[in-house]
Design a protein around this ligand. Sequence first.
Ligand SMILES: Cc1cc2nc3c(=O)[nH]c(=O)nc-3n(C[C@H](O)[C@H](O)[C@H](O)COP(=O)(O)OP(=O)(O)OC[C@H]3O[C@@H](n4cnc5c(N)ncnc54)[C@H](O)[C@@H]3O)c2cc1C
Length: 411
Amino acid sequence: MTGAMPRRVLISGASIAGPATAYWLNRYGFEVTVVERSAVVRHGGYQIDIRGTAIDVVKRMGIYPELSAARVKARTITFVDKSGKKVASLNTDDYVSQVNPDDIEMARGDLTSVLYAHTKDDVEYVFNDSIESLDMRADGVEVTFTRGAPRTFDVVIGADGIHSNTRRLVFGPEEQFSLHLGYAVAIFELPSNPAYDLPPTVYNVPGRVAGFGTQVPGGPAQAFLAFAQQDHGSVREADFEGQCAMIARAYADDGWKIPEILKGLPSTEDLYFDNVGQIRMDEWTRGRVALVGDSCFAPAFLSGQGTSMALIGSYVLATELASERDHKTAFAEYERQCRDFMVKSQNLALHSRSTILPRTKKALRKRNRTLRLLPILKRLGLGGILGRATREASNAFILPELRSEPRQKVG
Ligand SMILES: Cc1cc2nc3c(=O)[nH]c(=O)nc-3n(C[C@H](O)[C@H](O)[C@H](O)COP(=O)(O)OP(=O)(O)OC[C@H]3O[C@@H](n4cnc5c(N)ncnc54)[C@H](O)[C@@H]3O)c2cc1C
C-alpha cells in the first residue's frame, strides 16, 4: 500500500455490514479489527432477504452456494383476520420468482454465521468491547475502548446499526437523523411446544401484524410482531419486563392465537425489540470515519432491503478504499455511488401498501385481493405486480468492478 492509503482499519459492529466490510478489506490486503459490543455475534432475528444487486455481491464473495443452501424452504403462508379466518394465502416461491429467482430468503442468524466464518481467521475480532472515544489526527485516529487499551487506526468504520455508537461520537445525537415511522417491531423465538407448532401464519388488522410459525414441524417457533407506537422514546428506554408489557398492551384486544403466543414472550432469550424507523443523513463520512449499513441508511424492515443495502454499501466502501487513492476520495466516491440507490430503497418503506403490514383498511383489503388473485395473475403472465416495486429498487444499482486484483496482505 502506498502514500496516504489507509492500512489499519477498525470496524465497529459484527452483524452484517461489519463482517461484510471486513471480508472485502481483508481480501484487499488491509489489517482489519472488528469490535463488537456483544459477547458473540448475535444470531437472532427473523428471515432476511438478499436481493438483486446484493446477489452479485455475495457471488463475488464466493458465498452464494453456501447461502443458497441455507435458503428458507418454500412454504405457504396463510393470512388470517381478527377471528382467525383465512383471508388469503401465498406460496413464497411464487413471490420470490416474481422478484428475482436468484434472490435468497434466509434466517438472519445463518447469514451472520457465514460472514463470521469467512472472516474470523483473517480478521481480529474483539468482543465485549466498544469504542469510547475517537480522536481524529492528521495521520490517524486515536481510539479508546471501554475495556481494551487505546489503539491507533488509519480509518474507522461504523457498522454498529441503527443506534450507532460511532455515529453518535462523530456526528452527534441520533434524534437529528432518525425518522420514526410510527411502529414498533418485536422478533423472538419460542421453545418447541405443541401449542406453538403452527404452519406460517400472518395475522393482520390495519396497522398491526403478528406473524408466527415453525420452520420445521415440532421445531422452535418464530414470532414477528409489529404495531403502531407513536411514543418512540419508551421503546428504547423500557427494560425487558417493560417491553413485554408494552407488547401485551398493544395486542390486548386481539383474537386468533395472539394471547397464547404472548404467554411465551417472557421466556424468550433473545428479544429484538425496536422502533420501526430510518436513518437519513446528508453525509455518511467525516474525516477518517465512515458509516455503513443501518448506522447511516437504515431503511426499516418494511422496505425488505436492509440486508441487501448493507452488503452493497460494504462492497462499495471497501472497494473504493482499496483503490489507489486517499481515504477522502474513496469516501466521497462511496457516497456518490450509493446515495440514490439507498434513498430509493428507503422510500419503499414509506408507502402504506406493504404486503406484510398494510396500514389502512383499504390497503389491507387491496393486499388480500391481490394475494387471492395472484394465481390467476400468474397464469395471465401478470404475476410480477406483487413484487414490482421491490424488484425495481433492488436492481437499481450497478456494482463497480473490483478496483484491483485481490492480493496478499501487506506486512
Ligand atoms: C439481534 C438482531 C436481530 C435483527 N433481526 C432483524 C430481523 O429479524 N429483520 C430485519 O429486517 N432486521 C433485523 N435486524 C437488523 C438487520 O440486521 C439490519 O437491518 C441490516 O441487516 C443491516 O445490518 P447492520 O450490520 O448495518 O446493522 P445491525 O444488524 O443492526 O448490526 C449492528 C451491530 O453492531 C453492534 N453494536 C451496536 N452497538 C455497538 C457498539 N457500541 N460497539 C460495538 N458494536 C456495537 C450490534 O451488537 C450489532 O452486532 C436485526 C439486528 C440485530 C442486531
